[in-house]
Design a protein around this ligand. Sequence first.
Ligand code: PLP
Length: 348
Amino acid sequence: MVEPHEINWQELSFAYTPTKYMFIARCGADQKWQEGEVVPYQDIPMSPAACVLNYGQGLFEGLKAFSGKDDKIYLFRPEENAMRISEGCERLCVPPLPVEIFLNGISEIARANREYVPPFREESFSQGSLYIRPVIWGTGPILGVAPAPSYTFVIFACPVGAYFKKGFQAIKLKVTTEYFRATKGGTGYIKAIGNYATGMLPAQIAKKEGFQEILYLDTKECKYIEEVGAANFFCYLNGTLVTPELDGRILPGITRSSILELAQKRLGLKVEERKVSLEEVFQSEEAFSTGTAAVVSPVGSIFYKGKEHLINGGEPGPLTKKLFEILVNIQHGFDPDHYGWSQEVCQR
Ligand SMILES: *Cc1c(COP(=O)(O)O)cnc(C)c1O
């Protein structure tokens, strides 16, 4: 276990560094969730017949705790994660986790591990954070394919460094017409654990070929953008910020909805949630992906059928950079939060 004082905050990456405490709550056959409690970080004993290990009945969330300029710790829109995991529970036949239990667990884990929250830094591109990972598993044993008889909710946390240590860098995407992420009626709109293992092979192939991420298309026409790996996609064309509409296949990202709101309210931009074709994207002035991990990642090029299409000459665009800064500045308390997004947890 790494002690907080042993951490070199400047050197932090995205590697997994466990912290001292985790949160745990259980749900038994009565379908009632316990309040839960903070316990020392530990392994979870489980039957080999656990539903999650055999049939993948599990789902997760991801959010961050930040140090503000005032040396207080803040969470960003945690109630959105609470509602999203609740919706996911319904789809996977998991007894819905009450929002209050989720929110209380997040605050408790941030508070218990507060020494692991990277300290505030003056430069917005170099901010680290405490990544918080809530996860629910069907841990009870079962042989037939059916919901587990009991469940476990765990929250663990890991300090992470800034994504763009060397400054804002554009990523290269590869379009795949061979692999797909989600289908109609499937689980693309929730963070079901089973959605992520299937993306590992295409991502691995793309990385070997020198790309950072996969750009997924729709299964039906193989023409419209869905997502970038495990992040949402945006492009800016003809003065409008456009992102694929939530059609049951797209994950409703909290960064996505925050960017949509900021683009309209702070920058007065026109925004559209609709089908976005690959052809349109090639004509875009700027493109980027959004997600909790990187916040905003500029897209520099898109490789499709043997051809590389540059976006904004392969460089991060000015609007992309602006949106990134506006959002990060709200998260770290540089800028006033007019939206009630930041939630104070405690003094660091
Ligand atoms: C988590 C996730 C996102 C981003 O959601 P945020 O709430 O912005 O972190 C986008 N796509 C997929 C597939 C995801 O799993």
